[in-house]
Ligand binder design. Structure first.
Ligand code: ZN
Length: 332
């Protein structure tokens, strides 16, 4: 049993309170490897932004849960080396699928967990979330619950269609479970193909697909029910068109990839939404940089020569998100 506080990590409680009060959102970036982690920490340290390092089920299977935990511990020390005196870093389990998974992460030093019971019948979701909260709170670990279903596929979380969170359920859920934050469904979705072309309208000026807007009325109704309570948005990549274009220019085949426009995420960040999950955008930034090197320098075989540019491109993306979309710079 290791407590996250001994590793220099923090939970989300203070961070979320400040974000809700200050009208900004904390970035929650997924990581699976060293370059991605370095890019996240460099970006957060440079902008003095609190940051949530997220570990998904796919990441645990790919990189190993124990190794990822030690990498996060290393990340705290690395952040200090970069001149960030008091790093505000959360190590968070993304989409915990059982009590046992959450417990094992809490026991090895995670400072925050998500228990995703959103696919279960309501009462079962309440019971499972409550059980995780009761365990986590003994160690001052914060818990994210979820109500409503997001569409899309990402790291073994998948649903064919989304169901918006019902505002009339949120008070009962939060009261019964004691969860610290709530992930809701208002039209975001997982992955880089968030909408079919049929769901979008064509922008005549750019020739690009515009997705349907997020359900800000549902968000407003939830905020009215739970004033000041921390709200989380999953599936909030914007799928930058320049990264998609680079990928396709250098041999990729990403067709009709559509994300959430940054303008809408900017608007959400100013509300009670205090954690915004971004994963696909970083995958696109990494892939675009690697493809460009492979296309332009086919004789290159030193991984540092293509993973280095990938890291630079991800760092640029993270800084952009922090400063231009979420507004979390200079908050840590
Ligand atoms: Zn998610």
């Amino acid at each position: 049993m290791i407590n996250y506080k001994d590793l220099g990590l923090v939970n989300t409680r203070e961070m979320f309170k400040k974000a809700v009060d200050g009208g900004y959102a904390i970035p929650a970036f997924n990581f699976n490897n060293m370059e991605q982690l370095q890019a996240i920490i460099m970006a957060a340290a440079e902008t003095k932004s609190p940051v949530i390092l997220q570990v998904s089920k796919g990441a645990r299977q790919y990189a190993n849960q124990t190794l990822l935990r030690y990498m996060a511990e290393g990340a705290v020390e690395y952040a200090k080396e970069l001149g960030w005196e008091n790093p505000q870093i959360v190590l968070h389990l993304d989409h915990g699928d059982s009590f046992e998974t959450c417990k094992s992460c809490i026991d090895m030093g995670f400072s925050s967990v998500m228990i995703d019971g959103s696919h279960l019948p309501y009462e079962e979701n309440v019971a499972l979330t409550k059980r995780v909260v009761e365990y986590a709170h003994q160690f001052d670990v914060t818990v994210e619950g979820e109500l409503g279903v997001l569409a899309g596929v990402e790291d073994e979380v998948s649903a064919a269609e989304s169901h918006y969170t019902k505002p009339e359920e949120v008070v009962d859920f939060v009261t019964k479970t004691g969860c610290d934050s709530l992930a809701i469904s208002i039209g975001t979705s997982h992955g880089a193909f968030k909408f079919t072309p049929e769901q979008c309208t064509l922008d005549p000026e750019t020739g690009r697909l515009l997705p349907p807007p997020l359900a800000f009325d549902v968000l407003a109704a939830i905020e009215q029910q739970l004033p000041g309570f921390p709200i989380v948005l999953h599936g909030s990549s914007s799928v930058p068109q320049d990264e998609v274009d680079t990928i396709n220019k250098y041999g990729g085949a990403l067709k009709a990839a559509v994300g959430i426009p940054e303008e809408q995420l900017r608007k959400a960040s100013k509300s009670a939404v205090c954690k915004i999950n971004i994963d696909s955008d970083s995958r696109l930034a990494m892939t675009a940089a690697v493809r460009e090197v492979f296309a332009n320098k086919p004789a290159e075989f030193d991984p540092r020569k293509y993973l280095g540019p990938a890291r630079d491109n991800m760092k640029k993306l993270y800084i952009h998100k922090i400063k231009e979309v979420l507004g979390s710079d200079n908050k840590a």
